[in-house]
Design a protein around this ligand. Structure first.
Ligand code: PGA
Length: 247
């Protein structure tokens, strides 16, 4: 896994946006996988700027959100469908019929997960996937212990993840218990992966993912087995690496 460290969170987000822009320029019909959360919001802001000022086009692209809460409709401001719409899709020229998020309101969430996995395959698989990392090393909502072969499925959120999302829900008990998430196997099938982490709170999980033995205890460590993955960090998130990375 290649690791790139930047002086600030802004510079790290700029690099992630640049990698996505280069991918779209090289392959206008690129299939993107897109994470949600606080970290990638800065990347989407920069992609919108590149679209407005630099003519970056998403017109031929397809996009798949990495995950969605079970029980939230796209109209709910806290849903990831709403997030991706507000942070990116509304502001660029992507064909909305090619922008997908799992349906959190599906009557059968397990069947919806399988449908989503089939849809990704039908679109040719993910070409470029942007991921964040959770405080417990999760990617998507693949909480420890992670199953490295899992495909899109219904996951139960870890307590630490629910706590991390309390700010959006006004209380831990209000955070949905489950999400539909791409599995680690789905993620590893992406042709290129960008893992973006910024801020001191991510220093521990980043260290675990990059330096400690590859283990289900840290789902993000699975990315080290991927042939084309790049970890983009700011100095704070890189601060526990001490100049060394494995794999
Ligand atoms: P965050 O989430 O960017 O909001 O910290 C990261 C994640 O949980 O994947």
């Amino acid at each position: 896994m290649n690791v790139e460290t930047f002086p600030s969170a802004d510079a790290a987000a700029d690099r992630a946006a640049e990698l996505i822009a280069l991918g779209l320029q090289a392959s206008p019909r690129l299939v993107l996988g897109l994470a949600t959360g606080a970290t990638p919001a800065a990347v989407y802001k920069k992609l919108v700027e590149r679209h407005r000022k630099g003519g970056l086009s998403f017109a031929g692209a397809t996009a798949f959100g990495v995950d969605e809460y079970v029980g939230l409709p796209p109209s709910d401001r806290r849903s990831y469908a709403h997030y991706l719409s507000e942070h990116l899709y509304t502001h660029v020229d992507i064909d909305r019929s090619n922008a997908f998020v799992p349906d959190g309101m599906a009557a059968d969430a397990g069947a919806e997960a399988q449908r989503y996995e089939r849809l990704i395959a039908a679109k040719g698989g993910i070409g470029l996937l942007l991921l964040g990392i959770g405080l417990n090393g999760h990617i998507g909502f693949n909480e420890p212990p992670g199953d490295f072969t899992s495909r899109t499925h219904v996951a139960t959120l870890a307590t630490v993840s629910r706590r991390a999302h309390t700010q959006y829900f006004g209380g831990e008990s209000a955070v949905p218990a489950q999400a539909i998430t791409m599995g680690i196997g789905t993620i590893l099938a992406a042709r290129r992966i960008i893992l973006l982490a910024t801020g001191i709170a991510k220093a521990g999980p980043v260290r675990q993912a990059l330096l400690e033995p590859v283990s289900p205890a840290c789902p993000a460590s699975a990315l080290r087995s991927h042939g084309d993955s790049i970890c983009v960090l700011d100095e704070a998130a890189a601060s526990a690496l001490m100049g060394q990375t494995a794999g």
